[in-house]
Design a protein around this ligand. Structure first.
Ligand code: SF4
Ligand code: SF4
Length: 448
């Protein structure tokens, strides 16, 4: 079966939520919507305390080319714009706090477009619409989608891949979306293909999602037969862009490079659906599907959640935490970020909320011991790095050498730490080394 070189197969634990249909979580009484929830510059607020908003009202506009607009997700009144804990950033971030008026009013001044109307839209116009709707990649990195489908003029794009791999253990949001909203995903893929001047797309799904493969294949044959559903092997990190491109097309993105350099654009299934909603239904991105799962939550679920909903409200909606919960992660267990509070909001890039106990914690928690030189981390690294050496260099501050050894190419997948028999915190040291290198680079830039 199609796959890439290296990688691992951690326990999947998808059974906790994979058969749970997407439920709509009612709008909460309060949302906290960060101005920074995407790659690039934070959005600039266009509302102030006291302003009234509806779901879908623009509350902050993109501040530059790489940025994204932000919209209210409920109707009510802006209470404040203040710093608030963020699930993906170390320090509190300016956020728009909105209190609900309990009426859940939507901006209904716009009407949906027919398929024929969508067909007539020019690519530039579609990009502007995606930008105005605040569409970003929903797979995690939250890169503005309009920018991602605007490769440099000399890049020759011949493939669009819709990524339905969802290789992180526990997470099932994309799986459910493919099973329940296949037409929207395929229509979104068609719109993205048009923007890129392409006639067809590949939709990649891991083979542990047979129902999603069946539904998407059947829907593609009915809705748009140029969408080809391809099954890829269930292996982590199959959903990483470079690994997916390697598996499907046999193309290797150069070190330090991006997919457009090998003629490819990759978009997540959730993003394709958000594009469909933005262009066909004229709906800004103010809600998304989130998997709430793990042995530490009473009722694991897949929920359609308003952006800015506090995780504490989601926990209450899912029956509360189990008494032995020991860890809360925003995202999956491999690449997600451990949280210190439930008072963080769901943002556009939140694919899951994971609550672990001592059981089913897929990482070793024993103290780390010396490297055995067993080479396991080297054998599985999907980026062909030498994790044991990169981690050691970062630990001892040998940053120039670490750069020479490709530390910046690490995609932080965590596979090396997963296999290490010595419990070495390999990815943690590597992340630390990368942060130091980036900090040094920005210090030098500011000095100039
Ligand atoms: S070094 Fe980076 S890319 Fe390689 S296995 Fe470790 S975390 Fe993944
Ligand atoms: S897997 Fe762990 S023990 Fe083995 S070489 Fe890598 S760091 Fe050393």
């Amino acid at each position: 079966m199609i796959t890439f070189r290296g990688g691992i197969h951690p326990p999947e634990f998808k059974e906790l939520a994979e058969e749970k249909s997407i439920e709509i979580m009612p709008a909460p009484e309060k949302v906290v919507i960060p101005l920074s929830q995407h790659t690039g510059a934070p959005a600039k607020p266009v509302v102030a305390a006291g302003d009234e908003v509806k779901a879908g009202t623009l509350i902050a506009e993109a501040a530059g080319f790489i940025s994204a607009s932000v919209h209210s997700s409920i109707s009510g009144k802006v209470k404040a714009i203040e710093s608030w804990p963020h699930p993906a950033l170390p320090l509190p971030v300016k956020s728009v706090v909105i209190e609900s008026d309990g009426e859940d009013k939507f901006d209904d001044s716009v009407k949906p477009r027919s398929e024929a109307q969508v067909e007539k839209l020019k690519p530039e116009k579609i990009k502007n619409m995606m930008s105005a709707a605040g569409i970003v990649g929903l797979g995690g990195a939250a890169f503005p989608t309009a920018v991602k489908v605007s490769p440099p003029p000399d890049a020759s794009i011949d493939r669009l891949i819709i990524n339905g791999a969802e290789c992180e253990p526990f997470l099932t949001a994309d799986d459910r979306l493919m099973r329940e909203k296949p037409e929207g995903i395929i229509m979104g893929a068609k719109i993205l293909a048009r923007v890129l001047g392409l006639e067809k797309v590949i939709i990649a799904i891991e083979h542990n999602k047979p129902e999603a493969i069946r539904v998407m294949t059947e829907t593609a044959s009915r809705v748009w037969s140029e969408a080809e559903v391809v099954t890829v092997k269930t292996k982590y990190p199959q959903g990483a862009e470079k690994q997916l491109i390697s598996a499907l097309l046999g193309r290797e993105v150069p070190k330090g490079g991006l997919p457009f350099m090998v003629g490819v654009v990759v978009q997540n299934t959730g993003t394709a659906y958000a594009v469909y909603e933005a262009i066909s239904k004229r709906k800004p991105l103010y809600e998304r599907v989130v998997t709430v799962t793990g042995p530490g939550i009473t009722e694991p679920r897949n929920l359609l959640v308003r952006i800015g909903t506090l995780c504490s409200d989601i926990v209450s909606f899912c029956g509360g935490l189990k008494p032995d919960v020991s860890k809360f992660i925003s995202g999956g267990p491999m690449m997600g970020i451990a949280q210190s509070t439930l008072d963080v909001p769901v943002i556009k890039g939140t694919s899951g909320l994971l609550f672990l106990t001592g059981k089913r914690n897929i990482f070793r928690t024993a103290p780390e011991v010396n490297c055995l030189r067993c080479g396991k981390c080297v054998g599985i690294c999907p980026m062909r790095l030498v994790p044991c050496e990169n981690a050691r260099m970062a630990e001892y501050g040998k940053l120039e050498k670490a750069e020479d050894w490709g530390i910046l190419d690490c995609i932080e997948c965590g596979s090396c730490a997963f296999v290490c028999p010595s419990g070495r915190r390999l990815v943690q040291w590597i992340k630390y080394g990368k942060d130091l290198i980036f900090a040094e680079r920005s210090r030098k830039k500011e000095k100039k």
